[in-house]
Design a protein around this ligand. Structure first.
Ligand SMILES: [Zn+2]
Ligand SMILES: [Zn+2]
Length: 140
């Protein structure tokens, strides 16, 4: 049986990243928490279990992942960098209430064609801002 950690390990190795303990835990956190956390959120969650972990090592790990194309970064909020373990092009929904960023599995007809109004598309960064369905429910 393949454990989750072994899966995470093979993802790192595929990108030629040495699977250190910190790197495994950071990628594992991103895979388990699909709300697109900040480096600070990841640090605060991991330091509870790994008291020796430093902020710098979390930041360096994330930057290393970005360089290798293992994860992507998004700047929807305008003030902070959020990290995404899903590197395929997809749309996002940013909730102004709870700050979650949710992946949207919606089709973009332009991206499928590869061109928009005659311009060749290389990347897609589509997002919506509003109030997520969980926050709407809480309001009622
Ligand atoms: Zn919300
Ligand atoms: Zn995403």
């Amino acid at each position: 049986m393949i454990t989750e950690m072994e899966l995470i390990k093979s993802k790192l190795q595929k990108k030629e990243i040495t699977p250190t303990y910190i790197r495994l835990r950071v990628l594992d956190y991103l895979e388990a928490n699909k709300v697109h956390p900040t480096a600070e959120t990841i640090y605060k969650a991991l330091v509870k279990e790994i008291p020796t972990i430093s902020r710098t090592s979390v930041y360096n790990t994330l930057n290393g992942f970005l360089e290798k194309g293992l994860i992507s970064s998004i700047f929807i909020t305008g003030t902070e960098t959020r990290f995404d373990s899903n590197t395929s092009p997809h749309h996002h929904f940013f909730c102004e209430k709870c700050g979650q960023i949710i992946d949207l599995d919606i089709e973009c007809s332009y991206f499928k064609k590869g061109y928009v109004k005659g311009h060749k598309i290389k990347e897609l960064h589509g997002y919506f801002k509003g109030i997520c369905k969980n926050c709407i429910k809480k309001r009622r």
